[in-house]
Design a protein around this ligand. Structure first.
Ligand SMILES: *Cc1c(COP(=O)(O)O)cnc(C)c1O
Length: 399
């Protein structure tokens, strides 16, 4: 009998009941705007900012309208100007080069390795070209952060981390987003906490946070934030920092606070699912499971494997066969981007030289989401289906 998987790759878990109750409270009192507070009230957004700052061990956290907004705000807050070059990953999601383009800066793409992290040799070679790196921990893969920070410190490069897929992750025990000057996170539905849309920016830097708060649209109400630098820091920036409105509201914050409280449990649940698929795929001929370094504490909310050096038609065949059995894989190497774009050559507003070593990797990356609505049995079944179909296509190729 041919096994077929019936689950949905886009169905997340419901919002926890305590989040629903907190959201109803906000709806009933009607004070959704973060600065609309009753006497003595802190507000859900300010409380969330305090809790998130404590969670990642940052001095300051700012809750905003989206992850992409956090990235653009970070670029503005560290002083990126129109025409400046910004180093970033050749393998990331469209909002990352998009944030750079939104401040009229120019992305300079750095290659990807077979471990799906930024190519640190390529970064070293390009380090002289820019003074800011927007580092994307794409699909949750964390590079050797010690070497990355050494390269960037030596070259005087400011690091902004895109942690859309690494909320809850760490390198050598240091939370992702806490190696660079600024860390940015997303709470969009497909990330690790779900408020539909939303994001965070964290830093220890007084000036960067004061500017980010002003940029996010605080008017002169920044004193109502959860974590803010002293007044004298605002005095230096408040008249010369534009309001680029992008605040979070109390309704989303109310939904997020209970999710933050159980984030570590959720991460463990993702990793159990990741492990089940990884175990099932290991040893499949022609298929490379991505190695995860000892120093990396990752969150397996998606899984990637490589079909390195397979002909395009064979990869497409694996994708089609798996789809026919209910397993939705995304192929980043397809000639035309479908659904979303993750490859430097898709962003034609930012021209780049070809990167043959990265192209080889990008052509072979296959990606799959692992929503927590999947059981461990589901994950084992999915792995059996991929293994069987990739194996069949592999044998056809050999014949
Ligand atoms: C989702 C995502 C973002 C942007 O987050 P939004 O909240 O959707 O704006 C940035 N980087 C990566 C790698 C992402 O996957």
């Amino acid at each position: 009998m041919t096994e077929v998987f019936k689950g949905s790759f886009t169905q997340q878990e419901p919002i926890p009941e305590d989040g629903i109750a907190a959201a109803l409270d906000v709806l009933r009192h009607g004070r959704l705007h973060r600065y609309n507070l009753a006497p003595g009230e802190d507000g859900e957004v300010a409380l969330l900012e305090r809790e998130f700052a404590a969670y990642v061990g940052a001095r300051y956290a700012l809750a905003v309208a989206s992850g992409g907004y956090a990235l653009a705000t970070a670029l503005r807050a560290v002083g990126v100007k129109p025409g400046d070059k910004v180093l970033t990953n050749a393998f990331t999601l469209a909002p990352v080069p998009g944030a750079i383009a939104s401040v009229n800066a120019v992305p300079v793409f750095v290659g990807v390795t077979e471990d799906l992290v930024i190519d640190l040799d390529d970064l070293e070679a390009k380090a002289g070209e820019a003074s800011v790196l927007m580092l994307s921990h794409m699909r949750g893969h964390i590079c050797d952060m010690d070497r990355l920070m050494e390269v960037c410190n030596r070259a005087g490069i400011t690091v902004i981390e895109d942690c859309a897929h690494t909320m809850g992750a760490a390198w050598k025990g240091v939370p992702s987003g806490r190696h660079g000057l600024v860390g940015c996170y997303s709470t969009q539905t497909y990330k690790h906490m779900n408020s539909g849309e939303g994001g965070f920016l964290v830093t220890d830097d007084d000036e960067v946070m004061a500017r980010a708060v002003m940029l996010s649209g605080s008017y002169m109400l920044y004193g109502r934030h959860g974590t803010v630098p002293p007044e004298e820091v605002f005095a230096r920036v408040k008249y010369e920092t534009p309001n680029v409105s992008g605040r979070m509201d109390n309704l989303r914050a109310a939904i997020l606070r209970p999710q933050l409280a159980k984030l570590d449990d959720q991460c463990a649940a993702w990793n159990a699912r990741y492990g089940a698929v990884e175990d099932g795929l290991r040893g499949t001929p022609g298929l490379t499971v991505v190695a995860r370094p000892e120093a990396e504490r990752y969150v397996g909310s998606s899984i990637q494997f490589l079909l390195l050096d397979w002909p395009d038609a064979a990869v497409a065949d694996v994708i089609d066969r798996c789809k026919a059995r209910g397993v939705e894989l995304k192929w980043f190497g397809g000639a035309e981007p479908t659904g979303f774009t993750s490859r430097y050559d898709s962003w034609r507003y930012a021209p780049s030289e070809r990167m043959p070593k990265s192209d080889r990797v990008l052509k072979g990356i296959v990606d799959m989401r692992l929503p927590l609505t999947f059981s461990l049995d589901d994950c084992a079944l999915i792995a059996r289906i991929i293994r069987a179909e990739a194996g069949a296509v592999w044998q056809e190729q050999a014949a």
